[in-house]
Ligand binder design. Structure first.
Ligand SMILES: [Zn+2]
Length: 388
C-alpha cells in the first residue's frame, strides 16, 4: 500500500461512481489546473443534487499533505460500500451503525473533493516533497512558481489593507514566498475558482470541511482575529476596521460571530473530536482557527463568510481538520490517520443528517449493528493503474 497519485485519485472517483450509480454522481470541475489537469467531485447521496443539504469535503489543497486525499477517497468507498451492504463502519474504537450510514447517504449530499490541487500533489510526489502551493507559472516579472490556494480566497484577501502591520498575519504578497504567496488577486487560481464554483452551483451546501495536516487540530471560524459576540460592527465587511485586524489580545477588533453560530460550530467540532479520539486515543483538540495564527484568504473563512457578505446564500458552518502528526507519515501510520479523519467526518455527517427534517425517516435496518471495512485500503476500490 502506498499513497495514491493524482491519476489514481481521479480514476477512483470515476470507478466508484460507476460501481454505485444509485448513490453517487461524478461532478467535473470546470477549471483546469495550470498544467491542464481536470479534477472531479464525487457526490454521495441517494437524493438529487439540489434536493437536500450538502457537506463539502476538501482535500489536497496543500500539495505536501499527502494523507487527506487518500482519506477522502477511502471514506467515499467506505460509505458507498457499507450503504449497499446495509452494514455499519468501524474505525478502531469508533463504530457507526448501518442506520448512521443510511442517514448520511439517504438524507445528505456529501460532496467529496479529494484532490483540489493536483499539479501540486504531482510535483510533491515526484520532484519536491515539501512543495505546498499550486504550480502557477511565473508572471509579472517574478521568477517564482506557485500560489498558496489557502490564502487565495476572497476573505480579507488583501492583508496589507485589512490587517494591522504588526498582526503577523500568515500570508504574503511576494510571489517568491515558498509557503503563503496569496496570488495576484483574490480567487485568481483555477483551484480556488473550482471550490467557489461548487458553493455557487450547489447552494444547499451548509457544511464545509477542508482537511489538512498536520498539527493535529480541529479548527472553526474565524481565522482573522479573536472571536467576539458583543460588537456586530466589528466584522470583516467593515472598512472602519481596516488596518487594525489580527493583533492578539487587543480590544480594537475581534471578528464578530453570532452566539448561536458559535455554539453550533463548537458542538459540531466537539462531535468530530470525540469520534477521532475514540479511534486510538489521539486527542486532536478543538480551537478557533485564529488560535493557530491569523490568516486571510483561507477556504474555511471564505465559506463561512459567504452568507454574511451575501444574505441570499445559505449559511455554511466551516471547519479545517489538521490531521495526524506529519505531512507524509509511513503508510501504516497514514492508515491510522485515515481512520481518524473518516471517523470525524462520518460523525459530522450523522450530525448533519440529524438536522435535516424529514417526513419519512429511514426505516431502521434489521442488521444495524453489523460492521464492515475494519481496514482502510484500496482492495475493494477500483483504482486504475498508476502512471507514475
Ligand atoms: Zn495545509
Amino acid at each position: 500500500m502506498s499513497y495514491l497519485n493524482v491519476t489514481e485519485i481521479e480514476s477512483a472517483l470515476v470507478n466508484l461512481q460507476a460501481a454505485y450509480p444509485q448513490t453517487s454522481e461524478l461532478v467535473t470541475l470546470p477549471h483546469l489546473s495550470h498544467e491542464g489537469r481536470q479534477t472531479h467531485v464525487l457526490r454521495i447521496g441517494a437524493q438529487g443534487s439540489g434536493d437536500t443539504d450538502g457537506v463539502l469535503l476538501l482535500g489536497g489543497v496543500h500539495a505536501r499533505e499527502w494523507v487527506p486525499p487518500d482519506a477522502l477517497v477511502s471514506l467515499a468507498a467506505d460509505l458507498l460500500e457499507a450503504h449497499q451492504l446495509g452494514t455499519g463502519l468501524v474505525y478502531g474504537g469508533q463504530s457507526f451503525t448501518a442506520d448512521d450510514v443510511r442517514q448520511i447517504v439517504e438524507r445528505v449530499n456529501l460532496f467529496v473533493y479529494p484532490c483540489v490541487n493536483p499539479d501540486g500533489r504531482s510535483y510533491s510526489q515526484t520532484t519536491s516533497p515539501m512543495w505546498r502551493k499550486n504550480r502557477r507559472p511565473p508572471s509579472g516579472g517574478a521568477a517564482c512558481v506557485g500560489v498558496d490556494i489557502n490564502r487565495n480566497f476572497d476573505f480579507l484577501w488583501d492583508h496589507t489593507v485589512h490587517f494591522a502591520a504588526d498582526s503577523h498575519v500568515q500570508t504574503s504578497s511576494d510571489p517568491c514566498d515558498p509557503q503563503v504567496y496569496r496570488g495576484p488577486s483574490s480567487a485568481s487560481e483555477p483551484e480556488t475558482q473550482n471550490v467557489v464554483w461548487l458553493a455557487d452551483t450547489y447552494p444547499r451546501i451548509r457544511w464545509h470541511v477542508d482537511v489538512h495536516s498536520a498539527v493535529p487540530d480541529i479548527l472553526y471560524s474565524w481565522g482573522s482575529d479573536e472571536n467576539q459576540s458583543a460588537h456586530p460592527d466589528q466584522n470583516f465587511l467593515n472598512p472602519a476596521f481596516d488596518g487594525v485586524r489580527g493583533r492578539p489580545h487587543d480590544a480594537a477588533y475581534g471578528e464578530y460571530i453570532e452566539p448561536d453560530d458559535l455554539d453550533r460550530v463548537r458542538t459540531l467540532a466537539d462531535r468530530m473530536h470525540d469520534a477521532i479520539r475514540a479511534v486510538r486515543g489521539d486527542s486532536y483538540g478543538v480551537e478557533q482557527a485564529y488560535s493557530l495564527y491569523p490568516t486571510s484568504g483561507a477556504s474555511d473563512d471564505y465559506a463561512a463568510s459567504r452568507s454574511r457578505a451575501r444574505p441570499d446564500v445559505a449559511e455554511i458552518d466551516a471547519f479545517t481538520i489538521e490531521c495526524g502528526h506529519s505531512f507524509q507519515p509511513t503508510w501504516a501510520e497514514a492508515e491510522n490517520v485515515i481512520r481518524e479523519v473518516s471517523a470525524g467526518l462520518v460523525a459530522l455527517g450523522v450530525a448533519a443528517a440529524s438536522t435535516i427534517g424529514s417526513d419519512e425517516p429511514p426505516v431502521p435496518s434489521a442488521n444495524s449493528i453489523a460492521l464492515v471495512r475494519q481496514m482502510p485500503g484500496w482492495a475493494s476500490i477500483p483504482v486504475a493503474a498508476a502512471d507514475g
